[in-house]
Design a protein around this ligand. Structure first.
Ligand SMILES: N[C@@H](CCC(=O)N[C@@H](CS)C(=O)NCC(=O)O)C(=O)O
Length: 263
C-alpha cells in the first residue's frame, strides 16, 4: 500500500476540513499543495477516470481536496474524505452533524472565501507576499507574473467584486449569528455532546474570516492581521470577539491535533 496523498489548494478552508480529519485519524499522508487555478492540472491527473468526481454548487469537478488512498481510490470532496478517514475514529459523525456540515459547506464556505479573495486580489503586494510564503514557489512565480490575468480569472470564476464581497460579509455574520443561537443554551458542541463533523466544519470554514494562524492550529497560512490590515483585519477582530469566533478558537485549541503530514 502506498502512502495516501491529499491534493489541495494549500490555504483552502475546504482542504483544511480534510486535513483536520486526516490529522485526527493520525495516519500519515503526503500533501500536494497548489495555488488556485494551478490546481486544475494536478487534480485532473489525480482524478483521471475516477467515478467520484463531480462539481457542486460551490466548486468545479476539478475542485480540491482530493484524497488518493493507499489502495489508489480517489475521494473528491471534503465531507466524503472526512467520513472516510473518520471511520472508527473518535470524531462524532452522524446524520445531524452531516446536515450541519452540508449547510456550512454550501453557505458559509463560499462567503468566507469570496470576502477573503476580494481583498487579496485587490492588493498586488499582499498577494505576492502571501503566495510566496506558501510551499509551491513555481506556481507562485507564475501567478505573480500573470497577476492581472490571474485576478480577472479568479474574480470571474467566483463572482468576486466589491458588492458581492460586502454581501458575503453580511452572510458570514448571519451564519455566525445562527451558530450563536445554538450555543446560547450552553452546549459545548454544535451537535451531540462531543466534538464532531459539525464543529470541525464550522471552525475550518470560518477560519479565513478570523485570519487564523498556524500557531493557533490552522494547517496552512493566511496573511497575518498586520499584513492584511484595514477592513479585513477589522472584520477578523470583530469575528474573534463574537461568541462564534471564540467557539472556533476553542475548537482549534482543544481538538486540532498535530499534523500527520510527512514532508
Ligand atoms: N464541495 C467541495 C467544495 C470544495 C471547494 O470549493 N474547493 C475549492 C477550494 S476553496 C476549489 O478547489 N475550488 C476550485 C474548483 O472548484 O475548481 C468540497 O467540500 O470538497
Amino acid at each position: 500500500m502506498r502512502m495516501q496523498t491529499l491534493v489541495t489548494i494549500s490555504f483552502s478552508h475546504y482542504c483544511e476540513k480534510a486535513r483536520w480529519a486526516l490529522d485526527l485519524a493520525g495516519k500519515p499522508y503526503r500533501e500536494q499543495g497548489n495555488l488556485p487555478l494551478f490546481h486544475f492540472l494536478p487534480v485532473g491527473l489525480a482524478t483521471r477516470g475516477a467515478s467520484d468526481k463531480q462539481g457542486d454548487s460551490v466548486s468545479t469537478a476539478l475542485s480540491t481536496p482530493v484524497l488518493i488512498t493507499g489502495s489508489g481510490k480517489r475521494i473528491c470532496d471534503s465531507t466524503r474524505i472526512l467520513c472516510h478517514v473518520s471511520e472508527g475514529s473518535d470524531l462524532h459523525v452522524d446524520a445531524e452533524s452531516l446536515e450541519m456540515d452540508r449547510k456550512f459547506s454550501d453557505v458559509l464556505g463560499p462567503h468566507t472565501r469570496r470576502y477573503g479573495y476580494h481583498f487579496l486580489l485587490s492588493d498586488p503586494k499582499l498577494l505576492r507576499r502571501f503566495f510566496w510564503s506558501l510551499g509551491n514557489k513555481r506556481q507562485a512565480a507564475a501567478a505573480v507574473v500573470m497577476r492581472p490575468i490571474f485576478e480577472r480569472a479568479m474574480r470571474k470564476a467566483l463572482r468576486i467584486n466589491a458588492k458581492s464581497a460586502e454581501r458575503s460579509k453580511l452572510k458570514v455574520r448571519e451564519v455566525a449569528a445562527e451558530v450563536e443561537a445554538l450555543l446560547a443554551d450552553g452546549r459545548s458542541y454544535l451537535c451531540g455532546n462531543r466534538f464532531g463533523a459539525a464543529d470541525l466544519s464550522f471552525a475550518a470554514l470560518l477560519a479565513p474570516s478570523l485570519l487564523l494562524t498556524r500557531a493557533e492550529g490552522y494547517g496552512s497560512e493566511f496573511p497575518s492581521m498586520e499584513q492584511a490590515g484595514g477592513e479585513v483585519a477589522e472584520f477578523a477582530r470583530e469575528m474573534r470577539d463574537r461568541r462564534a469566533g471564540e467557539f472556533v478558537l476553542s475548537m482549534y485549541e482543544n481538538h486540532r491535533s498535530p499534523s500527520a503530514a510527512v514532508a
